[in-house]
Write a protein that binds this ligand. Structure first.
Ligand SMILES: [Zn+2]
Length: 131
C-alpha cells in the first residue's frame, strides 16, 4: 500500500472528543499487515495509563488474529484540518518490537514519501555487551 493511502486511512479515524478533562481520538493510526488487511486505532490519552493510536491499531490487528505489520503510520490534524504524519514515540517503538512477529522489519511511515524500518528507529534494542 502506498504511503498516502495509509495516511488517509489513519486520518479518517481522527475524531477528537473530550471526556472530562481528557482528550481522546485526536491521533489516528493505520497499519497494513502482510495479508493486506488494514487496521486503525485512535489514542486514548489518559493520565499516565493511556495508550497511543499505534498501540490501538496493533490491538485491533491482534483482535482479528493477525500478528505481522508491514507498514504503520500515525496522523494528527491541526485546527485548520491539515493532516500531519507523526513519528512513533519511544514507547510505541518498543511496543512494535515486542508485539510484531517480524521483529524489526516494520516500515514506519514518516511522510508521504519517506519511511524508515523499525530497526532504524530503535537501533540498540538488544545490546548486551559483557564488560
Ligand atoms: Zn506512542
Amino acid at each position: 500500500m502506498e504511503n498516502i493511502g495509509l495516511i488517509q486511512k489513519a486520518a479518517s479515524v481522527i475524531a477528537p472528543r473530550k471526556v472530562g478533562d481528557r482528550l481522546f481520538g485526536d491521533v489516528g493510526a493505520a497499519l497494513v499487515t502482510d495479508k493486506g488487511n488494514v487496521y486503525t486505532g485512535v489514542c486514548i490519552d489518559t493520565s499516565g495509563i493511556g495508550f497511543c493510536a499505534e498501540q490501538s491499531a496493533i490491538a485491533a490487528m491482534m483482535t482479528a488474529g493477525e500478528t505481522k505489520v508491514e507498514k504503520i503510520v500515525a496522523t494528527w490534524k491541526d485546527e485548520n484540518g491539515d493532516t500531519f504524519v507523526i513519528s512513533p514515540c519511544g514507547h510505541c517503538r518498543e511496543f512494535m518490537r515486542q508485539t510484531h512477529d517480524g521483529k524489526m522489519d516494520i516500515e514506519v511511515v514518516l511522510s508521504k514519501e519517506k519511511t524508515a524500518k523499525l530497526s532504524e528507529l530503535l537501533p540498540y534494542r538488544d545490546s548486551w555487551e559483557r564488560v
